[in-house]
Design a protein. Structure first.
Length: 340
């Protein structure tokens, strides 16, 4: 089966073609980072308008790259939520109208399920069950994953997620948008000069809390005004150390509590080199395996949506929906998902 995947939940338009026999055939992505950078963050109306401009040309690019036509597509998977309402509506309406014209089924995909399954796109993917660290945007979650749609929440963020803390701290340091990658780059030149707290490191549970860490950074920056480049780098270094220490420790605790020896890491923060370094070291010490998506699939993309849709379609008894009505779910808890 050939599945077209469409991602439009925020500020990236992603299109991909996944074949259940031959794997990922093509994927293309357009990022709106430059457009939103002058505003210091995503402007929802501008995001949705740009998705309208990009979705059809990107679909044509993906089809040409895979040497396929619209008539070759067996089903269309699209992000139904969570995300920005207007942005989601672009991908959803495009997917359902195209499917109607081709009389093929559609599969609505949870954006976070796409991230959760992205490491399975790689060669030698981990087997179920495994523990997943999902660190994407406003989400920092640990989950036990037994199968497609069978997810048990082990730990969640109580306030700011890791990605939010990266962006807010970057803003405090006067860095550009997007803040996370800019802060990580700056941290490479920093030194262990300051000491910041490791929130909930020894809480006895698997929850996260990074709001207080951001407040500690604010206090630190206020104490060292005006900030010179060296001080900014040293604060960035210590902030990244604090976040990655917490994430690594909680992941190892989750593996111990579940008795599993497979860990996957998904989402934008999963691209962080320091986090990968610490997780690899900890996993090697505990004789566990840790898997990641390739860097281009850590951020939003169509490949993860096409793959998640294909996996759900394979497991469905009815061969997928063909009613072509649609709605979006800007707020959609992953725990509400059902097995196909």
């Amino acid at each position: 089966m050939l599945v077209l995947g469409i991602e439009s939940s925020c500020d990236e338009t992603g299109i991909a073609l996944y074949d259940t026999e031959n794997g990922l055939l093509a994927h293309t992505l357009y990022s709106q980072v430059e457009m939103h950078a002058e505003y210091g963050g995503v402007v929802p109306e501008l995001a949705s308008r740009d998705h309208i401009r990009r979705v059809l040309p990107l679909t044509e690019i993906a089809l040409n790259a895979a040497h396929k036509t619209l008539q070759d597509i067996d089903a269309i998977a699209y992000t139904q939520g969570p995300g920005l309402s207007g942005a989601l509506l672009v991908g959803t309406s495009f997917a359902e109208s195209l499917a109607f014209s081709l009389q093929i089924p559609t599969i609505s995909v949870h954006h976070l399920e796409g991230h959760l399954l992205a490491p399975l796109l790689e060669d030698n993917p981990p087997d179920f069950p495994f523990v997943a660290l999902l660190v994407s945007g406003g989400h920092s979650q640990l989950m036990r994953v037994d199968a497609i749609g069978k997810y048990e929440l082990l730990g969640d963020t109580l306030d700011d997620a890791a990605g939010e803390a990266f962006d807010k701290t970057a803003k405090l340091l006067g860095l550009g948008y997007p803040g996370g990658p800019a802060l990580s780059k700056l941290a490479q030149t920093g030194k262990p000069r300051f000491k910041l707290p490791r929130p909930l490191l020894n809480s006895g549970d698997l929850n996260f809390s990074f709001s207080g860490l951001k407040t500690s950074v604010l206090t630190l920056t206020n104490q060292h005004q005006p900030l010179d480049n060296e001080t900014k780098a040293d604060i960035a270094y210590e902030f990244q150390e604090a976040v990655t220490d917490v994430l690594t420790t909680k992941c190892m605790h989750a593996l111990r509590e579940t008795g599993l020896d497979n860990l996957i890491v998904s989402g934008g923060v999963g691209a962080n080199a320091k986090l990968r370094e610490k997780l690899n070291t900890a996993a090697q010490r505990k004789l566990c395996r840790v898997s990641y998506p390739r860097l281009e699939f850590c951020t939003d993309n169509g490949a993860m949506i096409a793959f998640a849709g294909a996996m759900r379609l394979k497991a469905m008894q009815n061969g997928g929906e063909k009613n072509y009505s649609f709605s979006v779910k800007p707020r959609w808890n992953l725990s509400e998902l059902q097995a196909p």
